[in-house]
Design a protein around this ligand. Sequence first.
Ligand code: C2E
Ligand code: MG
Ligand code: MG
Length: 631
Amino acid sequence: MHPLLERQLRKVGLDGGTGASSTQLAALIDAVSRSYRDVDQERYLLERSQDLASREMVELNSALRLSEARMASLLSLSSDWVWEQDLRGRFTFVSDELLLRTGIQPERLLGRSFATDGPLRMEAADLAAVAEAVNERTSFHHVTVEVQGDNDSRYMRISGAPAFEGGTCVGYRGVGSDVTERVHAERTILELARYDTLTGLPNRAMFLDEMTRALAGARRTDREVALLFIDLDRFKHVNDTVGHAAGDAVLAAIATRFRSLVGDTGVLARLGGDEFVVIIDVAGDTRRLDSLAQQIIDAASEPVQFETHRLAVSASVGLAVYPHDGADAHALLRSADTAMYHAKAQGRETFAFFTGELAERSSRQFEIEEDLRIAVRDQHWVLLWQPQVDAESGRWASVEGLIRWQHPHLGLVPPSDFIDIAEEAGLTVPMGRWVIGEACRQYAHWRDDGIVLDHCAVNISLRQLESDSIVDDIAAALDAYGMAPRQLALEVTEALVLRDPARALAVLDRLHQLGVRLVVDDFGTGYSSLGQLKRIPAQTLKLDRIFVSGLPDSADDLAIARAVVAMGQSLGMCVVAEGVENELQRRCLERLGVDHFQGYLFARPMPGDQLTERIRNLSRSPEFTCDSPIG
Ligand code: C2E
Ligand code: MG
Ligand code: MG
């Protein structure tokens, strides 16, 4: 016999193969189960104990002894304790190992059952599993019991099996092991999975749970719940220019301010990036929402000090109210998000409520997006051309390609109706690739037809500029049509460069090196300084048409136009005025020193072959340079 088992058997008075009473058996189990860790071993012990108990008086024959010896050698590794319960589920015996391994006095358990409130607690699911096993007199495995101490709780993993005496069930007995550390680890993981580590706020997963709960409560009590969707404006700029550590500092500081505003009145969560949400009970007073939204905007606009930088961002807030604006968490979130976009479009740093009109607009946008995908696939595009006229000679020196969407039902759709949606959906990249290819094809066609143009220009979107392929796409298109790079001009808006200057400038530098012309479009509508403009490797500046429209009467427009021309000239750039609609404007711009005009006064955008005709006519009668004046 294994010496360990022999020693333990002797301890409980079972040496020499004599019969054992049930108490002795319990003590045996107690003794052998000291260091029992593995789940299978534990199950094995349970089965053995059940087996032993049901036979009640067992001859420890040699086979059994051998098997016990095997068991004992395994059990020496165990870390469990043993227990017994009566038929009413009350602990009647707890082995000393409980104290040894967990520091819990066995008395804390004796006389108590799992179901009692006292120091023992069990999750409902575990309690139900035990109840079912007891009903059917079968064993149960791995239920977790919380044993509450004075200061903290410990968690036990318990397995048990029915105990029989003379064929009758007398209760349950089993083993328990301390799993406190594991429970704590699991909780930590759960916390990490539900909270945002940077701000300590609930994350998207937890927010959705909270939202679902809040909506269920509102449904029961017939109340309104509001959702505020907060998006920081200019946050990306902080990240890109000062670095991610600065971005993190801004998020953490602003989260703290939001938290003190929301307090216990609602749930604040960070959805990710620079997006936050607040769930709040409307309590019959929507004016409260206005004031909370405004307070949030004010709190966000307070600069954050980071090292030597004073970082300024702002917030746009969209509000949606359950049940009018969405029946579930996802629908409400979508509505609040739509309202937030509307707030941004209103000029940022403001809030907007979701409305039926917005709903209609967003569903229309969705439809447009779907149609646009088809347009991209089937290339339902048309490029119209508008000339740029040399101010001195009146020659049609170059042309700008302007896209139209050839919609199967709506006809020719102007870019103002779809470019933003296409950009948002990432569709301007394939669309722009088509534009570049088509522009090169058309230019080569004119060239081969003897039409002389300095260059043709196309407009480039932010997404396109950010795409990895732009430089290669352009180089390939030029190559395919045998064009020199300087014969292609790319128009980028000032706003686009300002959105992400570092990145935009890096791509623009590569394009400049390739040799294509770069044009700053819509100049004057952004806020670039001379310093910023100097960094853009562009050869041409286009004065935005909103400043042209007020000429020559508006003193402001005149001052701006004069400043833009002076700025461009000081940097050695060619200045183009767009939107020239009448002779007075043309003359005024000519006096200011503008190099080229573009506008309805000369020609509206037209198909390529029409432009061929017009240029041919012009060369026959050079004085014919203008369309009939408009407006
Ligand atoms: P943009 O590049 O500033 O183009 C000039 C816009 O002014 C064109 O509008 C043109 O038709 C219009 N325009 C020209 N002369 C006059 C005038 O005398 N008076 C007035 N009121 N308007 C005039 P369009 O074609 O509707 O294009 C609007 C904008 O859409 C463009 O502004 C450009 O930003 C964008 N866009 C056009 N084609 C493309 C494209 O292929 N790709 C991208 N990403 N954007 C494009
Ligand atoms: Mg343009
Ligand atoms: Mg423009």
